[in-house]
Write a protein that binds this ligand. Structure first.
Ligand code: CA
Length: 236
């Protein structure tokens, strides 16, 4: 199986301190047309994970400023569902078990062939929640992505095509921060910021929120000042 039919290119975070390995991983994953962000240590990775949503994390076990396992446990403790592929030179069964118990979804021992890494990444990205879910849900809100119909508490919501696009994007990344830049690039498909779309996006989200959250319902679309937006239930 080769290409995965994804609605937007998946966003992959690569955490690896060895520059040569990091560069070849980034290059290899970009050849898949994925959006790849490199991080050279645990601090950089943590800052990125706090600020942006990713669909997949490729995480080296041994980092100069700590242990990939600790980073992973911290990430999982916040309830982040993003799949994580651990890389490590260690290959004993015991280490493998520690990695999987800490919340890694898969494990690859170094040295590895790029083709093998890509196959594992594709398998993780093929998980139903990302690639094939026709029905996206959060609380009593659901969106049928094929029929492009949104329903809240059993009532159909009348949305413009753009509002459906934005809602689908927010639902796919639910529980995570979605920046204006992500929406601009991946929903509005503007790669160069000739004129900023920030105001357009803010107005669009305000209208969408009025329709989706309405009066008195549980608020699902949240604004995070200076960061972007997050769709999710309170306390999640
Ligand atoms: Ca390392």
């Amino acid at each position: 199986m080769h290409a995965v039919d994804l609605p937007v290119p998946p966003r992959v975070l690569v955490v690896e301190d060895e520059q040569k390995t990091r560069d070849s991983l980034v290059e290899g994953l970009r050849l898949e047309s994925w959006t790849v962000t490199p991080a050279a240590n645990g601090a950089e990775a943590t800052a990125l994970l706090d600020r942006e949503a990713f669909d997949l994390v490729v995480l080296d076990w041994m980092l100069p400023d700590g242990d990939g396992i600790e980073l992973l446990q911290h990430f999982r403790a916040r309830g982040a569902p993003t799949p994580v592929l651990m890389l490590t030179a260690r290959s004993t069964l015991e280490d493998r078990v520690i990695g999987l118990n800490s919340g890694a979804d898969d494990y690859l021992a170094k040295p590895f062939a790029l083709a093998e890494l890509l196959a594992r990444c594709r398998a993780l990205l093929r998980r139903p929640s990302w690639a094939t879910d026709r029905l996206l849900r959060c609380g009593d809100l659901q969106l049928d992505t094929r029929a492009r119909v949104a329903v809240r508490a059993g009532q159909k919501i009348s949305l413009t095509p753009r509002e459906v696009d934005v809602l689908e994007y927010l639902l796919r990344y639910q529980g995570q921060i979605v920046t204006r830049e992500m929406l601009e690039r991946e929903v509005w498909k503007q790669s160069a910021r000739i004129t900023s779309l920030d105001n357009v996006i803010d107005v669009q989200i305000m209208r969408l929120r009025r329709k989706v959250d309405g009066e008195g319902g549980e608020r699902l679309i949240h604004t995070l000042r200076g960061l972007g937006y997050r769709l999710g239930r309170e306390g999640e």
